[in-house]
Write a protein that binds this ligand. Structure first.
Ligand code: HPA
Ligand code: ZN
Length: 336
């Protein structure tokens, strides 16, 4: 059987570890939810909205991403958004997903924490029951907001502690180093939450060091700028800290100028536990398979690289050891 590396990437069962659920909101669903909720949008049509998706950097994306999320008001809105993502995930042979959500984007608009978490968590239950996809939720703090706001968000989420497994840190990176949230993350560790953080997407390697040493992150989200610091690369390799890399995001936010120059191959060659993810697939031009296939083709990755990336993602996931074994067995039997 002669499958190409790209065909193999599309066919194998995969794990997704870096997906912002608000970034899965397609323009069609934004319009449908706006209509359902009686809201008007500053765009005349789905096409006009999609035409605005021409980003120059992270902030130019975030402005539109937060505007898109403003149509989410009711529990059903959060459920429908997540369910639409799970159907896309299923179509790409994704069998396990760890999903970021940004409660402050919603609570700041008066949407109760219960609405956000109940809507997302019922979609997660349905994905397990109807699609056989295992899931977990990770609450992200918005780093452009204050430490005090992050503490208040953690407090508001405590009644729902059983519904999410960990916390992350996202939004505008430069000017908001991980150390700004050292005390919040110390509290999260006391609560036995799993710890991740975005670092080294646009920010310098120093932010990755802070995420590791101050926040004690178990994974780094993005981390592509780690290659600028050989001592950091050595440390990430030694600790085997996973990087949740998002190639189409890096392209669309101008972190790389061409997928042919994407650092994925260099990260793998450096022995790092790099993984492929979609970040905000509705905004960046594709879900898991688009990210995997386009990266494989642009960089000429081998079938061995593809399997390494898929294994890395299983290794990096926060599943229990029984599920990890199942995921590895599913991958192994697909490769045979
Ligand atoms: N970086 C930072 N914040 C985000 C991102 C990202 O890629 N996507 C959604 N929020
Ligand atoms: Zn992200």
């Amino acid at each position: 059987m002669s499958m190409t590396a790209a065909q193999l990437a599309a066919a194998i069962p995969k794990t997704e570890l870096h997906i912002h659920i608000e970034g899965s909101l397609e323009p069609e669903l934004i319009f449908a939810l706006a209509q359902r909720n009686g809201l008007s949008l500053p765009y005349d049509s789905v096409d006009a909205l999609r035409a605005a998706y021409a980003f120059t950097d992270l902030q130019s994306f975030l402005d539109i991403y937060y505007a898109g999320a403003s149509v989410l008001l009711r529990e059903a809105d959060f459920h429908d958004m997540a369910w639409a993502y799970f159907l896309r995930a299923r179509a790409d042979n994704v069998v396990h997903c760890e999903i970021f959500f940004d409660p402050q984007t919603h609570t700041a608009r008066g949407v109760p924490m219960a609405t956000v978490i109940n809507g997302l968590s019922s979609a997660c239950d349905r994905a397990q029951a109807e699609l056989g996809i295992s899931t977990a939720l990770i609450l992200c703090f918005l780093r452009h907001l204050s430490e005090e706001d992050a503490f208040a968000t953690l407090e508001a989420a405590m009644p729902y502690r059983a519904r999410f497994i960990g916390v992350g840190l996202d939004s505008s990176e430069v000017g908001h180093p991980p150390s700004k949230f050292s005390r919040v993350f110390a509290r999260c560790r006391e609560l036995d939450l799993r710890i991740v953080a975005h670092a080294g997407e646009e920010g310098p390697p120093a932010y990755i060091w802070e995420a590791l040493n101050d926040l004690k992150t178990e994974r780094i989200d993005h981390g592509v700028r780690s290659l600028e610091d050989p001592a950091l690369v050595a440390e990430l390799a030694k600790r085997r800290t996973p990087l949740t890399v998002c190639p189409l995001s890096n392209l669309k936010l101008c972190v790389v100028d061409d997928l042919k120059h994407h650092p994925m191959k260099r990260l793998l060659d450096a022995g790092l536990c790099a993984t492929v993810n979609s970040d905000d697939p509705a905004y960046f031009g594709g879900y898991m398979n688009a990210n995997f296939v386009q990266t494989v083709e642009a960089l000429g990755l081998s079938r061995e690289d593809v399997v390494t990336l898929a294994r890395n993602s299983i290794e990096a996931s926060f599943v229990n050891e029984a599920r990890r074994g199942e995921l590895m067995a599913l991958l192994d039997s697909a490769i045979d």
